[in-house]
Design a protein around this ligand. Structure first.
Ligand code: LLP
Length: 430
């Protein structure tokens, strides 16, 4: 990896009064590709990955990007070219990363509900890739161990495994995205992990390779990660005493990003240094699974104001993006900054930024202080992670186009769906 030349400009910045992604005006993107439209910056993606790679330089470490955050092939390709591996959770994601040219030896497979068919596909990926195999299955339960052993046995293979251990630490994040507590469905209980490792080691078609955890998402504080690692290392030592030497430790993802001025995210340096200090001198390969931190601030959702509906109690700005595009506000009450692409003069008012969908939950932002006119373009910021991937076709709304900016060029990396495509798989009764 050659480090990017230092650029003074933030990938998203205002130039001549117009918001740009790198060197392309978002107003030009709206003209060329229409709205709503997701816009990603290659530079922002690369810089975010470089932040991790620089901290890990010289170490036996691999950043496995959590594909679920944004699985567009162009995003996967940009990250793969810079040395990222991938954390996948389904057969679909496996096919995607392979289509993007990923090396199977850089793929870990997470998820609580892997089907036998998915396991088989991942094990057969080994054949396609000259028997190198995926790097690891992150197993989350005793029955999954048994199933994987059976599937691997049937195929005459040995599956490399890690156990996702639930360290029972409080990530202090939104309850829907907190995953490391005892009450969560994820991982195996800390107290049961040692016995389960012994069981795994005795199964003929499994190869015990590592240990992993993922405690939650959008963590702004580094302390819970260190707490989780401490717990995992106690287990690593106990297992060594049992004759089970682990090859790697996977600390999951979860590092938060800035959504508003209220968020002060930990730097990648401040996140990793305490962890690396604890791992120093141990012969363990280090894996990480960041998702949001790599893509979240590398994307915006571009939308146009269709109607202004000032009211006695509230003013509504009805835009052409909706909860089917960006569901995070409706789903988690998440805040995304919303800014005009070109600021206009005049008195600001407080606007409810809402979409055209027939639900009161269809909002993108409440009470935003903006000066607006019909036809204005707005950018919904920090929308690169868990944006497009969580969009739906509710109200038979075709999913928006995705564009990636690379310097002066804007590339269409997923074309807008058509309404006809949305019902093409359906048929009327005979
Ligand atoms: N590894 C595992 C096993 C995960 O389950 C996740 C995310 C990650 C890594 C990546 O986490 P990140 O670095 O992105 O925080 N839809 C929610 C977020 C759900 C996260 C699920 N798991 C949102 O929009 O906030």
């Amino acid at each position: 990896m050659t480090p990017r030349p230092m650029t003074a400009l933030n990938p998203f910045h205002t130039r001549n009064g117009v918001l740009h992604a790198e060197s392309v005006a978002l107003s030009d993107i709206a003209t060329d590709f229409g709205t709503p439209c997701w816009v990603y910056s290659r530079q922002a993606l690369e810089e975010a990955l470089d932040d991790f790679q620089q901290e890990l330089a010289g170490l036996d470490a691999l950043v496995c990007y959590a594909v679920k955050a944004n699985s567009n092939l162009a995003v996967l390709d940009v990250l793969a070219r810079r040395g990222a591996g991938f954390d996948i959770v389904s057969a679909g994601e496996l096919k995607r990363v392979l289509a993007a040219g990923a090396d199977p030896q850089r793929i870990v497979f997470s998820g609580v509900g892997k089907t036998a068919a998915e396991m088989e596909l991942a094990l057969n990926t080994m054949e396609l890739a000259l028997n190198t195999g995926i790097l690891c299955f992150n197993v989350e339960s005793a029955p999954e161990l048994e199933r994987l052993n059976a599937v691997a046995g049937k195929l005459g293979k040995r599956a490399p495994i890690s156990l996702r251990v639930n360290p029972d630490v409080d990530a202090g994040t939104h309850p829907y995205i907190s995953t490391g507590l005892k009450e969560n469905k994820f991982g195996v209980a800390y107290d049961e992990a040692r016995a389960l490792y012994r069981q795994a080691a005795a199964l003929a078609h499994l190869e015990v390779s590592g240990i992993d955890c993922h405690i939650g998402s959008q963590l702004l504080d580094a302390a819970p990660f260190a707490e989780a690692l401490d717990k995992l290392l106690v287990l690593v030592d106990q297992l060594a005493g049992d004759g089970i030497e682990l090859q790697h430790i996977d600390l999951g993802g979860g590092l938060g990003i800035r959504y508003s001025d209220a968020d002060v995210p930990t730097s990648v340096h401040a996140y990793l240094q305490p962890l690396l200090a604890k791992l120093k001198g141990r012969p363990l390969r280090i894996l990480l699974e960041p998702g949001r931190r790599l893509v979240g601030n590398a994307g915006v959702l571009l939308t146009r104001v269709e109607y202004l509906k000032p009211g006695e109690v509230k003013n509504f700005a009805i835009v052409d993006a909706a909860m089917n595009d960006l569901s995070r506000p409706a789903l988690y009450g998440s805040w995304h900054d919303i800014v005009p692409v070109a600021a206009r003069a005049g008195d600001a008012a407080k606007w409810e930024i809402v979409g055209p969908i027939c639900e009161s939950g269809d909002f993108l932002g409440h009470g935003r202080e903006l000066t607006l006119a019909e036809g204005d373009l707005l950018a919904i910021l920090s929308a690169g992670a868990y944006g497009m991937v969580m969009s739906s076709n509710y109200n038979t709304r075709p999913r928006a186009a995705e564009v990636m900016v690379d310097g002066r060029e804007a590339h269409l990396v997923r074309r807008r769906e058509s309404a006809e495509e949305l019902y093409a798989l359906e048929q009327r009764l005979p």
